[in-house]
Design a protein around this ligand. Structure first.
Ligand code: PHE
Length: 449
């Protein structure tokens, strides 16, 4: 058997996992959720969940991966045959996320193309996004994006992308900081800064928690087997706990900055009313071009910004695709090339309704949601909590937390041990069941929360 390659040293692991974690989830998804679900209160709930749930689940997943040396399907099967279904369920999620992720990746490419060709001014107008989304062009950009992702995976040149991305991420941080500071001084923006930073407890609702929890899974690439795979490449000498702290700080830091860039801008340009804040997936695309339009040299900054976002998105979609490809390849023993073509085909089919869902197919809804929102809701608010519940129950009561603790302590003392045990055994299962039930009841209109 081929020896499993491993990441060189600690920094290699952290960077690779951060490459998967930092993506559109941070830059595109986090700000629109924070804007919609109460600003500061969402931020607070998110951070609390990240350091408790996010931390514990990530420890569990990385440790399972490193202990078994296998990716998610094999890992659960090796630990306990009866629980191998968790691995399959987990592996299904990236397959459902990849298509709509690529639709948004396509939007990023469209905006990049607009800025490169000097169309930044147009992009800043109110009608631009609406015009774009109502036509058939989102389909073309989506197809280009997914094809690009699959080409990278097919030729195994992820390493190249990762290298470039390592250089680009710090640039993204600096650029975002600059934009955030610039935005802060725009007329009316300060109110937005307060809205985003200061928790207003009257804006708290169960929806805040549900949205924050889904975002946590999504942003940290949890509950879908990805971190298990990364863990399987991790060396024994690298501390699991420290690496996780670094990934969390990086991931949450970028999301925070993205919010700081976008939410105050919504106040400055659109008045920060409920309508403007509740835009959803289009928020970043409608807001940032206005910011670039206001900055001298914004055309260049905008171009640079969308290039950086594109790379962040690519490293994430590559890790999504890579997971799907490796599961199919292992399971059905098919050639990598054929597997890539199959995954491309499935993604194209599943992505088309999402690409057209805000335009031509705008009238078609599933449980009251547009296609893209439906896939997003189904994966983040249903499947991921389900996988997380099973994972917690499996580790807490079947495998027992000790197995994970031993794996962590093989390298260094486990400082968050108590927190980990309490979260995995008690808090997470109860809490996750509660939010799962409430989000299902809500979407089917049985209760309104
Ligand atoms: N975490 C990535 C992001 O925030 C998305 C992603 C999810 C990537 C799942 C891989 C797996 O953009």
């Amino acid at each position: 058997m081929e020896k499993r390659s491993s990441f060189t040293g600690k920094i290699g692991f952290v960077l690779a996992a951060a490459g998967s974690a930092v993506g559109l989830g941070n830059i595109w998804r986090f700000p629109y959720l924070a804007a919609k679900y109460g600003g500061g209160i969402f931020l607070l709930v998110y951070i609390i969940l990240a350091v408790t749930f996010g931390f514990s689940l990530m420890v569990a997943e990385i440790a399972i991966g490193r202990k078994t040396g296998l990716s998610c399907v094999g890992a659960f099967a090796k630990l306990n045959k009866k629980f191998s279904f968790i691995g399959y369920l987990g592996a299904l999620i990236p397959l459902l996320i990849l298509p709509y992720y690529s639709v948004i990746g396509g939007w990023v490419m469209k905006y990049l193309a607009a800025f490169i060709s000097g169309g930044g001014k147009d992009a800043a107008t109110n009608e631009y996004f609406g015009n774009f989304i109502s036509g058939a062009t989102p389909l073309v950009w989506f197809a280009i994006y997914i094809a690009l992702t699959m080409l990278v995976v097919l030729f195994g040149v992820e390493k190249g992308i990762e290298k470039v991305s390592k250089v680009m991420m710090p640039v993204l941080v600096v650029l975002s900081l600059f934009i955030a500071v610039y935005v802060m001084f725009l007329d009316g923006a300060w109110e937005g800064v307060i809205y985003y930073i200061k928790p207003d407890f009257s804006k708290f609702s169960i929806m805040t928690v549900i949205a924050a929890m889904g975002q946590l899974f999504y942003s940290m690439s949890l509950a879908m087997g990805i971190m298990i795979t990364y863990g399987s490449y991790m060396k024994k000498e690298v501390s699991i706990e420290n690496s996780i702290h670094q990934i969390e700080i990086f991931d949450t830091g970028i999301a925070f900055l993205a919010g700081l860039m976008i939410i105050p801008a919504v106040f400055a340009f659109s008045g920060g009313n409920e309508n403007a804040l509740g835009k959803g997936p289009s928020l970043m695309f409608e807001t940032l071009p206005k910011v670039f339009d206001a900055i001298k040299g914004g055309q260049i900054l905008g171009t640079l910004f969308f290039i950086l976002v594109l790379f962040a998105a690519l490293t994430s979609s590559i890790s999504l695709a890579e997971t799907v490809v490796s599961v199919i390849q292992d399971k059905f023993k098919v050639d990598r090339k054929i597997t890539c073509i199959i995954v491309l085909g499935i993604s194209l089919i599943l992505g088309v309704p999402s690409a057209l869902g805000y335009g031509i197919l705008g009238g078609v809804k599933i449980i009251g949601l547009q296609f893209l929102d439906f896939f997003d809701f189904f994966t983040n608010s249903i499947l991921m909590p389900v996988v997380a519940i099973f994972t917690c129950v499996f580790i807490g009561y079947i495998l027992k937390p000790k197995a994970i603790i031993d794996e962590v302590e093989a390298t260094a003392p486990f400082k968050g041990k108590k927190l980990f045990v309490v979260v995995i055994k008690y808090i997470a299962p109860i809490f996750l069941v509660a939010i799962l039930v409430s989000s299902v009841l809500d979407v089917f209109g049985i209760v309104k929360i």
